[in-house]
Ligand binder design. Structure first.
Ligand SMILES: [Zn+2]
Length: 144
């Protein structure tokens, strides 16, 4: 199964030896090439209980169902519109939509990464796009 053919080589490089993956990856590239989808697929594969020989998540196991529902206890997705500020955003209107990943969102990760994992000892965080981290949030992430 190929997500994006132009990312196949990169995918194979990352998934051939998952035990060798570094603790963090920064995916950089042109807009629209599939970096976010790639990161999410990699996180799903990392958390999957029975990844296939191609390195992709099986899509069938308990972890994959949780992931697909957005409720995997060992996964967090940080994006500018996620988090507890959504209600305040709605009140301020669409013209002032939040465009940064806040320090509060990053601090919420602290407990997540320091608690024991729910299953299999693996956890994953996708932070997208990294350039929306404001300086305070970036510093907080370094401490996490
Ligand atoms: Zn699975």
């Amino acid at each position: 199964m190929s997500m994006y053919p132009w990312l196949d080589t990169l995918w194979q490089g990352f998934t051939a030896h998952p035990e060798r993956l570094p603790h963090a990856l920064l995916l950089e590239g042109a807009r629209g090439i599939g970096k976010r989808d790639f990161a999410l697929a990699l996180a799903a594969a990392w958390l999957c209980e029975r990844p296939g020989s191609d390195g992709h998540a099986c899509g069938q196991c308990r972890a994959c169902h949780w992931f697909a529902q957005g409720s995997h206890p060992d996964f967090r997705l940080l994006e500018p519109f996620a988090g507890e500020d959504e209600d305040a955003e709605a009140e301020e209107g669409a013209s002032r939509k939040k465009r940064e990943i806040s320090i509060a969102q990053v601090r919420a990760l602290h407990d997540f990464v320091n608690l024991s994992s729910h299953c299999a000892g693996r956890r994953a965080v996708v932070l997208h796009p990294a350039e929306t981290l404001n300086p305070a949030a970036a510093n907080a992430l370094l401490k996490t």
